[in-house]
Write a protein that binds this ligand. Structure first.
Ligand code: PGA
Ligand code: ZN
Length: 426
């Protein structure tokens, strides 16, 4: 039983310098849990609504004062002095208080920050590490000592909406598949990132800028150049591409899809041609995970994509699934994906995200637990990836503190628990 004395919230700034919300949950026994909400830029249209003030005179309309006020007033008044038996009871209460299908009334950012702050407070009351508390939210909870650490997929090169659109696809990530610990993953990543920074500096000079998640974003002429440079960086760091360090890509194709056509650079591809293009990249580069290969509403072609490449790579749904149990059920029934990209703020509460995670895992899918492009120094995501047995974690590059907060928390958990890292392949 957790009795809430009060809630509070305030605006903080995320890694893009835009406002987001941080909430606190004070229990009657004096325990305080705090958490902050991240924010996406490459968002799916089925995501829960992130409430912004819309006042053009303040942060270009992106202020979060309304969401903050909802926590401080409506939500606070409704939960004050109330006892909740569980996270799901609190989350259900918040969903009903909001009353809309997509959290448009109170704001998914307001609701999520409360859901997470409550989790932090509850874990403290139980004297549990946060990852162990998260683990108990799943129906198939595991003994904390049998948990695993997720394998990181780390942003090396960025494009799309995170890098001013210099190239259509959004992320080329490296996956240290042969590393035997988180510690080793980080050292391998550092070597490849440094090699990539050197290579791009030589090739593109000062134009090799970094993007929202800290990835390098030089003016690639083509996706082949982007993938080829990633392989060259792996080799120049002294690793075998495919055997020791593989690639993952987030094509984020919703954002260059219009009228049933994929506008990939100068090419115009229909769904079938896009699938062929992805298969051709898989033939040439050691890619083990393909995220949003097709657009969020191109349901017709997703099963064809799975049939074409699902035997040799993960077919990961981000905008397609939006961490939404309804969309995940449809994708399972239609064999439209083989893995879930899980972002808690796409759906808005821990309980709904836990349902999404369980649905995916019960079907045998991989789950990649993901940060957003707008992040804060909060590192609850690392605990979530461990507690929910994420097979991968996707946090961005290794150059910005909002990203490193998550990697550092994973290193901390590894040090304290000696949990093993997920093997690749599973
Ligand atoms: P977002 O992008 O956080 O900007 O939505 C991340 C992704 O597409 O995976
Ligand atoms: Zn994505």
């Amino acid at each position: 039983m957790y009795t809430i004395q009060s809630l509070y919230a305030f605006e903080i700034l995320d890694s893009r310098g835009r406002p987001t919300i941080k909430a606190g949950c004070v229990l009657q026994n004096g325990i305080v849990g705090e958490a902050s909400a991240p924010s996406g830029a490459s968002t799916g249209s089925a995501e829960a609504l992130e409430l912004r003030d819309g006042d053009p005179m303040r942060y270009g309309g992106l202020g979060c004062r309304k969401a903050v006020a909802h926590v401080n007033h409506q939500i606070n008044q409704a939960v004050q002095q109330r006892a909740f038996h569980s996270q799901s009871e609190l989350d259900q209460f918040l969903i009903e208080l909001d009353g809309s299908p997509n959290k448009a009334n109170l704001g998914a950012n307001a609701i999520l920050s409360v859901s997470l702050a409550f989790a932090r407070a509850a874990a403290q009351q139980n004297q549990q590490p946060l990852y162990a508390y998260f683990n108990q939210l799943l129906p198939h909870k595991r003994n904390a000592s049998t948990l695993t650490l997720p394998r990181p997929t780390i942003n090396l090169f960025s494009g799309g909406k995170h890098a001013g659109g210099q190239i259509a696809i959004q992320d080329v990530l490296i996956v240290p598949t042969a590393a035997r610990s988180m510690d080793e993953c980080m050292a391998v990543t550092y070597a490849v990132y440094q090699a990539a920074a050197k290579l791009t500096h030589q090739k593109y000079g000062a134009r090799a800028l970094t993007a929202d998640e800290g990835g390098l974003a030089p003016p690639f002429q083509s996706v082949d150049e982007m993938l080829g440079d990633a392989v060259d960086a792996i080799v120049s760091a002294g690793y075998a591409p495919g055997q020791e360090v593989a690639l993952a890509i987030d094509i984020a194709s919703t954002h260059f899809y219009d009228n049933e056509i994929y506008h990939l650079g100068s090419e115009q591809l229909d769904g079938t041609a896009m699938i062929k293009q992805i298969a051709a990249w898989l033939d040439r580069y050691p890619i083990i995970s393909v995220e949003d290969g097709l657009a969020e509403d191109d349901w017709r072609h997703w099963p064809q994509l799975c049939a074409a490449i699902g035997h040799r790579t993960l077919v990961l749904g981000d905008d397609l699934l939006c961490t939404n149990p309804m969309r995940i059920r449809r994708a399972i029934a239609e064999r439209a994906a083989t893995a879930l990209l899980l972002k808690v703020n796409q759906i808005g509460t821990l309980t709904e995200a836990a349902e999404a995670c369980t649905l995916a895992q019960d079907t045998g899918w991989h789950v990649t637990v993901s940060a957003r492009s707008g992040e804060t120094e909060d590192h609850w995501l690392a605990d979530l990836a461990v507690g929910w047995s994420g097979t991968q974690i996707k946090v961005g590059s290794i150059t910005q503190s909002e990203r490193l907060a998550k990697y550092n928390r994973l290193l901390e958990i590894e040090t304290h628990t000696h949990l093993p890292i997920v093997q690749w392949p599973k």
